[in-house]
Design a protein around this ligand. Structure first.
Ligand code: ADP
Length: 316
């Protein structure tokens, strides 16, 4: 260990990746890790935690606090607290990009739009976690359908024209539609471009729930896709900022919350207490049928209240 403690660990066990971040007493990132899991797994979480601890040159015994978040946050042993992804992404992103007012996080199976104040406290949020439209899953379907690796999808989409009609926004049917476009000999760059445009318009609908505040920061694994950033910027008609490590913002926020609890000497509260009840999600492995879908968002709320009266339609 080169740096003296204290150290804090944040773990974000997402639907597809496990992320772990170790920070020091000043809140600076000492090490981080991201492990692709495919589906929530304890093994993936342990790998991510071990890699982050190794990277920092410390062991569990050196940690002064651990906070977990994400889909599988209850599976993280040793976490003193769990917080919703909304709280953690807001906290982490504002620390990465001071001044951010709107955080859009697009992960493997959900997307969120969160308005935040100076300190990274949540003002309002909207979340889509029932439907793959507008999430990383949709890009994965595109990647598989046109047989282009996820990492190369963005560069390809930026080369295409985006004027093909992509009528469905349901990931279940998207593959059929993409195959049909391929059968009509549409160039794959145009297909990729048109799908990116369609997904961006879905994110625009999410943002409309909380208001188009600026500056806008995009986080989550999808923020590594340059075309996703570009098409979203066009849809929102504003610049989109992307932190250097957009995929670990939730884990970073969790680590900062562990540090806050230690330093402030008073309980740190979740901005969106009750969100667990609001978003009781199906496990990724469970089949989820949604009938005919209009893409209605699944839930939204504010920092102090979770408004169950807002449209929460599960399925179609
Ligand atoms: P979660 O926290 O829900 O597990 P992440 O924030 O880790 O999700 O994002 C996962 C998504 O990020 C994947 O579904 C994929 O679409 C996208 N992604 C991951 N890595 C890359 C990459 N190198 N380039 C483009 N997209 C990526």
């Amino acid at each position: 260990m080169n740096t003296p403690g204290p150290f804090y660990l944040g773990v974000d066990l997402g639907s597809t990746t496990a992320k772990a971040v170790v920070i020091d007493g000043e809140g600076a990132i000492v090490s981080s890790s991201t492990i692709a899991m495919g589906a929530v797994s304890r093994a993936g979480m342990h790998k991510a935690v071990d890699a982050a601890l190794d990277g920092a040159g410390i062991t569990n015994a050196d940690l002064s606090g651990t906070v977990s978040t994400g889909y599988g946050r209850r599976l993280v042993p040793g976490a003193q607290r769990t917080f919703t992804e909304i709280t953690c992404h807001a906290r982490g992103t504002v620390a990465m990009v001071p001044g951010a007012r709107l955080v859009i996080d697009i992960g493997g199976q959900d997307s969120k739009a969160i308005t935040v104040d100076d300190e990274g406290l949540v003002q309002e949020f909207a979340m889509n976690d029932r439907c793959a439209s507008g999430t990383g899953r949709f890009y994965e379907v595109l990647s598989q359908s046109i047989d282009v690796p996820l990492e190369e999808l963005g560069a390809l989409a930026l080369q295409g024209s985006n004027d093909l009609e992509v009528s469905t926004m349901c990931a279940t049917f998207a593959e059929t539609e993409i195959v049909s476009l391929l059968a009509q000999d549409a160039p794959i760059a145009d297909i990729a471009s048109s799908v990116h445009r369609a997904i961006a318009s879905r994110t625009l609908a999410l943002v409309a729930q909380v208001g188009r505040h600026t500056p806008v920061v995009l986080t989550g694994g999808v923020a590594q896709n340059p075309a996703a950033v570009e098409f979203l910027a066009r849809a929102l008609r504003t610049e989109i900022l992307v932190p250097e490590h957009p995929q670990i913002s939730g884990a970073y926020g969790a680590a900062l919350l562990a540090r806050d609890a230690d330093h402030r000497g008073r309980p740190v509260v979740d901005d969106v207490a009750g969100a667990d009840q609001l978003f009781p999600r199906p496990r990724p492995s469970e089949p989820h049928s949604c009938g005919s879908c209009d893409g209605t968002l699944t839930g939204s709320g504010t920092s102090s209240t979770v408004d169950l009266g807002l449209p929460i339609r599960l399925g179609g």
